[in-house]
Design a protein around this ligand. Sequence first.
Ligand SMILES: [Zn+2]
Ligand SMILES: [Zn+2]
Ligand SMILES: [Zn+2]
Length: 429
Amino acid sequence: MRPLALIALTLALALAAGADKVVMKDGRTYEGVVLEENDKVVKLKTSRATLTLPRDQVASIEKTAGGTARVEREERMEALSPDKPVAYLELAEWLTGPGKDALEIETLKRLCNAASKLDRSLACRAQKVLAAAHDARGERAEACKAWLRAACADPEDAEAKEKAAAGKKEIDAATIADMKELLTAVDLVIAQKWKDAAIALRKTQSHLWADHVLDYTRMSIKELASDAQRRVVCDVCKGKGDEPCQKCGAKGLITCKTCEGKGRKSGVIGKGGKDPTFAEYVCRSCHGMGSTLCVECGAQRDVKIMSLDSKGQTVTQIHTEAGKERNALLKVVSLDTYKVLKSEAPLLNISPEAVSVGGLKLCATCHGVKYDPPATWPDYEGLKRYKAALEDRISGKTPIGEVLADGSYFDAVVIEQGCMRYSGGKWSE
Ligand SMILES: [Zn+2]
Ligand SMILES: [Zn+2]
Ligand SMILES: [Zn+2]
């Protein structure tokens, strides 16, 4: 299953078990799983996204039975201590048990590797749990590595030995396939076929053995791709590296549909027949700005917030980014009462400045690399040596090398900082 399908499944399970319900003061309701709740925000994972809701706008939270497993999980996580290594492993087994969300892979990696590191006699069992979880997610390379670690922890374990040997073969085969593509890409550089080289290099930059290019020359595959791209004029953007954003017509702004860009509701009469106040006439979709920033091209602008208190008019200027405008405003003003948070001064206006960033999108064809031919050539001698090293391994003349360093029965990278304790949703030392 692809990751997205897995996330959807996880949520479907969580929702089937009973969703938490968050009711906002303005009447909106959201259903999902409450991940976090504090004085400032409530984080809710819905079937579509993770929402961060301002706590002061939440009227109520109804938690349902689906939460029991989550509560038990948190309790068990918080009780972990390095003097009881087996608890890490048992928790990992519980998390992958029937009816559980076995897909918390980052947590599993930590738990299994912590158990392995703390007590080598647990390592084989722990790495097997991890291998099975990776396999369930279709992450074969990671699964193979866990099998290899399991076999290293207990060379007598027949299952681990067999799966590790098969895994090593599989990784070697994948490495050779990757090496062949790297070889093609390097050949294109040597032949100075820049356009094709750029495409081939970009495709191979995360390949197994791609990093080894740095053993032979100073440029990484990614840097070589950019070097090659700079030598070609991109057909799509004519070498500029960016193109106008289609979504907003290169303006960086999306006109508010509710008020058609006017920023205010029409025909509003103020209390007692007076002129309506800003809070009364403001368009609540765009908060008086008439437009929102285009997310597609990541537009940004400054916004001036004008308010009136006993001392007179005050102007506060804030910086806003596409998709984060509401949150930026909420730091300063209430979007419920349209008053300044600290002083309670009523707003006179919220007016945006011109867009400072936006309207342009990185060209998808050249990945935003401008035409700018470098003055020096790539290190052909180094590349030829890298090419020879690839050829020797593809032909079998030189062995590919071990997948893991000798004697690794746990993944040191995962628990690098020694974070073995868990509290308040975070790992720490
Ligand atoms: Zn509007
Ligand atoms: Zn745009
Ligand atoms: Zn381009």
